[in-house]
Design a protein around this ligand. Structure first.
Ligand SMILES: Cc1cc2nc3c(=O)[nH]c(=O)nc-3n(C[C@H](O)[C@H](O)[C@H](O)COP(=O)(O)O)c2cc1C
Length: 378
């Protein structure tokens, strides 16, 4: 029997590589420097083996989880990814709708190519979270948060693991960056991927214009072909605990710090009043020597106690990877590239399919392991 379309992460990734221009695929797929962090993620999951228990029938494994006091049907959350709207026309809305259909929260990015208002207006039932990169102009940053709160967003995710710009030579070689600089190489890349060039870029071109950082004020401009030149909207990468405390005073909803690796940093986050942290190596995209979440989660769980909410991400390709992070101490898991590849491969239904494949794999993992619930995985 043959099946149309992808059946797991790896197959979706292959389809994504075919559909997307090389420059965009590499931007999504690859790591930084020597890509050691990316390798460590993969090897970490692969090396982690499980001793199955048998004769303990698990007919209907329960994969629902509690996150910050709320119950969710699955332990999955869509991670924030900048410029997801480049993958497919209205990509962020498509991912949000697919997430909503699966009962999975969707975390919109500061640097998304659809504004938070447009996502909220079209996201169907998705629970929206918002990821904050801080602008140098704090007044403008607070205004952005007011807009986010006005859309009913209750969970704010502050990313703290990007204190410098990571070195990615593939982006430089491919000519991928903001601003997008026209080049022969880029032109050839576009010609080789007509489905994307016409179906995604062409539709933007014919409609609302080329995608930009849509949460930035229109005057700051910024289509993908023009740079953010206004220094007020440069990212403030030098954050400290005082800033987290100030944000805690200003943001009435749930506050999550994303990009934690050290137990002391996790403790400091909860000490400053955060509701959760995301243990993450940013998908191997930032610090190329960073420890993996799988390595660090047990010590972080021990430091913060059983009640604190720990999320985790980086390198998750299938249900077994999710299960391993849960077993290591996470309460739920964020997915970055997986929904993007589902989106690239088959659009909105591809994101839904990717989420449901990972859920099926997770259920099978529990049944093979003789474990009734995700909380019993540890
Ligand atoms: C294309 C892409 C763009 C991303 N942009 C952001 C971003 O704007 N803010 C952020 O906090 N994390 C960003 N991330 C990191 C993700 O939120 C997440 O931590 C990471 O992708 C998880 O690893 P995974 O892709 O292996 O699932 C991005 C990741 C990708 C792949």
């Amino acid at each position: 029997m043959t099946h149309a379309g992808f059946l797991d992460f790896d197959e979706a990734r292959v389809q994504a590589r075919r559909f997307l221009p090389r420059a965009l695929f590499d931007y999504i797929d690859r790591g930084t420097e020597a890509e050691l962090a990316l390798d460590a993620l993969r090897q970490g999951f692969d090396r982690c083996r499980v001793v199955p228990r048998v004769l303990r029938p698990v007919a209907a494994p329960d994969i629902s989880v509690s996150v910050m006091g709320r119950r969710y049907p699955t332990p999955l959350i869509v991670a924030p990814t900048a410029l997801a709207g480049l993958v497919r026309h209205d990509g962020e809305v498509k991912i949000a709708r697919a997430a909503g259909a699966a009962g999975v929260p969707f975390c919109a990015a500061t640097q998304s190519s659809t504004s938070i208002e447009a996502i909220a207006g079209n996201a169907r039932a998705a629970e929206l979270w918002f990821q904050l990169y801080v602008w140098r102009d704090r007044g403008e940053t607070w205004k952005l948060l007011d807009r986010v709160a006005a859309q009913g967003v209750q969970t704010l995710v502050l990313t703290v693991d990007t204190p410098a710009s990571p070195k990615k030579i593939h982006n430089q070689r491919n000519g991928f960056g903001i601003p997008l600089r026209p080049s022969l190489r880029l032109a050839a890349d576009l010609v080789r991927h007509p489905g994307w060039t016409l179906g995604v870029m062409g539709r933007y071109w014919a409609g609302s214009g080329l995608p930009s950082y849509a949460n930035y004020p229109p005057a700051v401009g910024t289509q993908v072909t023009s740079a953010v030149i206004d220094p007020r909207f440069a990212l403030d990468t030098i954050l400290d605990l005082h800033f987290v405390e100030e944000l805690r005073r200003r943001w009435p909803g749930k506050l999550v710090l994303k990009g934690i690796a050290h137990p002391d940093d996790a403790s400091a986050a909860f000490g400053a009043g955060c509701d959760a942290v995301v243990v993450s190596s940013h998908g191997g995209r930032n610090h190329d020597s960073a420890a993996t979440p799988l390595e660090m989660l047990p010590a972080i769980r021990a430091a913060v106690g059983a009640e604190a909410t720990l999320l985790a991400d980086s390198g998750v390709r299938r249900g077994s990877d999710v299960a391993k992070l849960l077993a290591a101490g996470a309460d739920a898991v964020m997915l970055g590239r997986a929904p993007l590849y589902g989106l690239a491969a088959e659009g909105e239904s591809g994101v839904e399919k990717m989420l449901s494949l990972i859920v099926e794999e997770l259920r099978a993992f529990l049944m093979f392991s003789g474990v009734e619930t995700t909380s019993a995985l540890g």
